[in-house]
Design a protein around this ligand. Structure first.
Ligand code: FES
Length: 490
């Protein structure tokens, strides 16, 4: 239970907060915004930027609200004339050497320096001397670029490395207006959570190599979702325009990932944009033919009717949503009445895991696959054909080839070896294009939402399974499996 034992007044509003809370956090609780640069809710407060100064009644001097704990009966004022003057001065001081390169800066549109300038300064610079010049393009590591001139030395990035990733990779060097962020000699910014330094940078000093110069942020829409990169289920925002994803950012969830995501998840979105299967197709004498969805369903129903339905196996995949997996399990159990329920999954060589966010299982939904009773495809018994969801791991693909089991149909969003061998291929949406749920490694079920409609002719698996059920119950023409040998792509 949270103890709310300190009562204070901020801008005339009474607020009760736990002992030890800072004035800035108490103000947030009361719905009052205090401008700040160096304070971040996920990091230790250091009180170095002085933007958050406030006045406390009967106290002789303004105090930094991010580091000053509340006390009983305190009366705080956050926007007196004196405080506004102080903030103007802080802004003027920060802008003395800051380059005026907003038109080419990736942070434009989400820059606190820009925002606070409009709120507190908005006057031309009085500084006639030449600005101190620094290095504007330092490659800090795999994903991050540094512009030292834009840095305001808030040290958020240093603290992310220390407190989130647990490493010392960044530091401040030099003094006064020559202070600058740098890596320690001989070191790179290479920790697996380095991308979070970009998110916390309140200005455009740290930018994302993958994203910079690709899109102005005000064109991007934001959709809440869940990272499918591993079984942790970190909460993310998908930033997209039209039918293209430009970046993933962490979304706060104290139960799962707090304010952070790993770089593996952050940069694991490319498959949404690339190498997509956009139209249904059938494989005839090793040649692929694009067909309508109706024709594809007819063809698959025909193939399946070439023998007993319960001799067909289905292969689920831990990359798909609870709803898709449930639809496949229902179809297998009630329409095919098959006992051959298998799963395949994304396997990664030497998967990276840690005690923080990254898990060794690089699938978002293994928990739900297990719950539905699917077994590993390595236990494959005699079946006359397989229906596959998404893809097969290299080991599972090898097993299917060795056993000479034809893949009759596959539902896949991206090209993969199993899709190249399948007699019928149905395009499906990625996780970014559908609503649904993933159940994470701790059994927590979380919602994903569609950033935009499915691309091309992609449809939900449940829709084609419904049509397939109808066709299987009518007298559709049957085809023999032998017409569709395994493809040479294998
Ligand atoms: Fe309080 Fe920087 S936010 S001093």
């Amino acid at each position: 239970m949270i103890m709310t034992d300190i009562t204070l007044t901020i801008d005339g509003k009474q607020v009760a907060v736990p002992k030890g809370t800072s004035i800035l956090q108490a103000a947030i609780t009361a719905g009052i915004t205090i401008p700040h640069y160096c304070w971040h809710p996920g990091l230790k407060a250091v009180g170095n930027c002085r933007m958050c100064l406030v006045q406390v009644e009967k106290w002789p001097k303004p105090v930094a609200s991010c580091v000053q704990p509340v006390s009983e009966g305190m009366v705080v004022k956050t926007s007196t004339d004196e405080i506004t003057k102080i903030r103007k001065s802080v802004m003027e001081f920060l802008l003395i050497n800051h380059p005026l390169d907003c038109p080419t800066c990736d942070q434009a549109g989400e820059c606190r320096l820009q925002d606070y300038y409009m709120n507190y300064d908005e006057v031309p610079s009085r500084f006639a001397e030449e600005k101190v010049s620094k290095n504007k393009m330092i490659d800090l590591g795999a994903n991050v670029m540094l512009d030292q001139e834009r840095c305001i030395a808030c040290t958020r990035c240093i603290r992310v490395c220390q407190e989130v990733a647990g490493v010392d990779e960044l530091t401040l060097a030099n003094r006064g207006d020559h202070t600058m962020i740098t890596t320690f000699p001989g070191k790179k910014l290479s920790n697996p959570y380095a991308g979070n330094t970009i998110d916390v940078c309140p200005v455009g000093a740290l930018t994302n190599k993958d994203f910079r110069f690709k899109k102005r942020v005000w064109f991007l829409e934001r959709t809440p979702s869940v990272c499918p990169g591993c079984s942790r289920g970190c909460n993310i925002e998908i930033h997209h325009e039209e039918l293209k994803v430009y970046r993933l950012l962490p979304r706060y969830n104290p139960e799962v990932n707090n304010y952070w995501i790993c770089d593996e998840g952050r940069y694991g979105y490319k498959f949404i944009n690339e190498d997509r299967i956009l139209r249904p197709r059938i494989l005839e004498k090793n040649i692929s033919h694009l067909v309508s969805s109706d024709e594809a369903v007819d063809r698959l129903a025909g193939l399946m009717k070439g023998g007993a339905l319960d001799e067909i196996g289905v292969v689920a995949n831990a990359q798909e949503t609870n709803e898709t997996l449930q639809a496949l399990a229902d179809f297998a159990k009630t329409v095919l009445k098959t006992r051959h329920l298998y799963f395949s999954r994304r396997e990664v060589e030497n998967p990276v895991s840690d005690n923080f966010l990254m898990t060794a299982d690089k699938n978002p939904n293994q928990a739900f696959v297990d719950k539905l009773g699917f077994r590993p495809l390595s236990t494959l018994k005699e079946v006359r054909g397989l229906l596959v969801l998404n893809s097969l791991s290299p080991a599972d693909m090898k097993k299917v080839i060795e056993k000479k089991v034809p893949i009759l149909g596959i539902w896949a969003s991206n090209e993969n070896p199993a899709a190249h061998s399948s007699a019928v291929v149905f395009p499906i949406p990625t996780y970014a294009e559908q609503e649904g749920h993933f159940t994470n490694v701790r059994g927590l079920t979380q919602k994903i939402t569609a950033a935009y409609p499915p691309r091309g002719e992609a449809r939900l698996v449940s829709e084609t399974l419904e049509e397939l059920t109808e066709r299987l119950q009518t007298n559709a023409r049957s085809y023999t499996q032998n017409s569709y040998p395994l493809s040479p792509h294998l």
